[in-house]
Design a protein around this ligand. Sequence first.
Ligand code: G3P
Ligand code: MG
Length: 401
Amino acid sequence: AVREKKKFIDHERIASYAFAFDIDGVLVRGPETIPQAPEALRMLNGENKYNIKVPYIFITNGGGRSEKARCKDLSKRLGITVTEDQVIQGHTPMKDLVPVYENVLVVGGVLDSCRKVAEGYGFKNVYIPLDIMKWNPSVTPYYQLSEEEKRIARDVDFSKVKIDAILVFADSRNWAADQQIILELLLSENGVMGTICPTADKGPGLYFAHSDFVWATDYGLNRYGMGALQVSIAALYQEHTGKELEVTRFGKPQRGTFRFAEKVLSNWRRETLSEHVEQLKLEDCPDGAGRLHNERDDSPLVSDSSDDDEEQMPNDPFGEKGITLERGSKMILELPPASTVYFVGDTPESDIRFANSHDSSWYSILVKTGVYQDGATPRYKPKQICDNVLEAVKFAIEREH
Ligand code: G3P
Ligand code: MG
């Protein structure tokens, strides 16, 4: 084959491995940003001695606001640009429930922030506990709505509404009122407030955005998360019915979340690579086909011999298939999975279990800046323990090169 002499994609500039980050306890602690986090992400954006860009995404059990709002906050706090395509929150995959349920009660978060997220996902009728408390303040005898809550709550007659599903999107800010309402609906006739089903088997479905029993905030000790609320609700349900509560869980370490994350990571890697390619001068070759060039062995990744009925698959900058180009400079990137996905987390029960359970190409790294404290024996064994996220990134890059 005539050896192409043009400068093309220097595929070594985009790593074949990738990262996924937990957020709370790894990059932030409540309102505080973990000091090493900005430098760690700049390293992956190319500020490293190998001059390589490493694709990464964020997988948090947190939520309560839109992915867009979360990106804006992360971008500001980390000093980088984070886009919605890179962020998965606990409730993000709950979008799949939109076609399943018409009337949903969304629980958690501040005021009506979760209602706005759920409506942004496309749910048709979204109610929140404040609406129920406005409809009948006696539902929660010890809590009266503030003026602001009365203003944002909607006027609904819940004696005429059938709640099809209860979606706990974010941590409850009012365990007493939220549990009172959730239990009443679970024990109701078809999700109608003010009714009781003797067999307690006609209530709405109950979904949780995650199951973290505790999480790391700016307080010295861990705080209860949505997993603790689940324990409390299950105990109350058991007390009423003698039966075990059935719930559907999202978030880490669930398999569904892992599959969702793999899809997000794959799309993001393709996005990163095609952006990189667009930044390079791709000169059209004589036959009008774009070409790739392997810096290392200097041979074209794609044969240019015109008698091939189909282009040879390029050799493997990203694994067995590598990257192919369509004729001309229009590009279709066929990208094999990342060679390794380094997942950095602070909670063994969610993060490390998540990374260890579903695919051996995921490499779990536990940091000491969140729930896990130095010296403890983690219930789920990580492949590596590092002091913080910057050490984790340095460790992984050195391991790869
Ligand atoms: O509420 C969020 C908390 O439970 C943990 O969030 O980012 O550590 O998965 P994250
Ligand atoms: Mg965490």
